[in-house]
Design a protein around this ligand. Structure first.
Ligand SMILES: NC(=O)c1ccc[n+]([C@@H]2O[C@H](COP(=O)([O-])OP(=O)(O)OC[C@H]3O[C@@H](n4cnc5c(N)ncnc54)[C@H](OP(=O)(O)O)[C@@H]3O)[C@@H](O)[C@H]2O)c1
Length: 249
């Protein structure tokens, strides 16, 4: 069982939803947190709710300079994390028929390219220390192409692929890598959906799953079990059967 009491954990995307709930859970377990996102007011209000000494570092993951400044602050305050959690995300439901390529770009910028931008600071430091723990939040929507998931699905497929690749490269360097693949979670992101969301859970429940997963040796933390297993099975089917079942579902 991981003891979080002597751990510094950087949560990028801590101001809302899943990241906010996870921050509360980790702080309650004694971790020292670095809380990042764009909205200072939301981070301030989160800090007020947490016990312990934590650091707020605002950043916009789509701006290299902003990430640079955030990292300089973390290093100068000797807050280099033991665990790095990339949770920032953006989603708009979008099909090929109503596609807005500006929004697609925004999803890719925040969900995928932002991950690389922040990792470009973290990986060299973890490599130098020959230790560290990287956690990337993907989605079951990244397992395979789903309807109304243009842009978002591709960005999350990229995150899963990136995590797999990092796992292969970094394991022998003493660095742990995990990917988190949630199903539907009730947050402002999914409030945009007008369709039924099967097996939807609260952000607190999602945070519980992630918390438990962080202490396990699994590469993937996925939930809820039934829905994520169903999508895992779908993705390994031959395409004609896959598309047939998607139409039925
Ligand atoms: N909700 C679901 O059903 C679901 C399912 C699967 C995966 N996920 C993934 O889980 C993660 C959290 O999602 P959520 O549902 O909790 O969404 P959320 O409530 O909207 O939270 C998203 C977080 O990302 C931050 N963020 C967005 N743009 C950013 C930027 N440019 N720079 C820095 N931070 C930024 C937000 O903070 P600011 O706005 O303050 O910057 C916020 O803290 C995302 O990666 C999402 O794709 C969610």
């Amino acid at each position: 069982m991981t003891d979080f009491r002597n751990k510094k954990i950087w949560i990028v995307g801590a101001s809302e939803g899943i990241g906010r709930s996870l921050a509360k859970k980790l702080a309650a377990a004694g971790a020292t947190l670095i809380l990042s996102a764009r909205s200072m007011d939301r981070l301030d209000s989160l800090l007020e709710e947490l016990k312990g000494e934590h650091l707020i570092v605002s950043l916009d993951v789509t701006e290299g300079k902003s990430v640079e400044r955030a990292w300089e602050k973390i290093e100068s305050l000797k807050f280099v994390p033991d665990i790095f959690i990339y949770n920032s995300g953006y989603y708009e439901p979008m099909s090929a028929m109503n596609c807005d390529f500006e929004i697609v770009k925004k999803m890719l910028d925040i969900n995928l390219y932002g991950t690389f931008t922040v990792l470009s600071k973290i990986i060299p430091t973890f490599l130098q220390n020959r230790k560290g723990h990287i956690v990337l939040v993907g989605s079951v929507a990244g397992y395979s192409g789903l309807p109304r998931s243009m842009g978002y699905g591709a960005s999350k497929a990229g995150v899963i692929n990136l995590a797999e690749s990092l796992y292969c490269d970094l394991k022998k360097q003493g660095i742990r890598v995990q990917v988190v693949n949630p199903g539907f979670v009730k947050t402002r992101l999914t409030a945009k959906n007008t369709f039924d969301m099967p097996f939807i859970i609260t952000a607190d429940k999602a945070a519980n799953y992630i918390f438990k997963g962080l202490t396990s040796s699994s590469f993937e933390i996925r939930f809820p079990w039934f829905f994520s297993t169903l999508l895992k099975i779908l993705r390994i089917l031959p395409y004609p059967l896959y598309f047939f079942l998607l139409r039925k579902l």
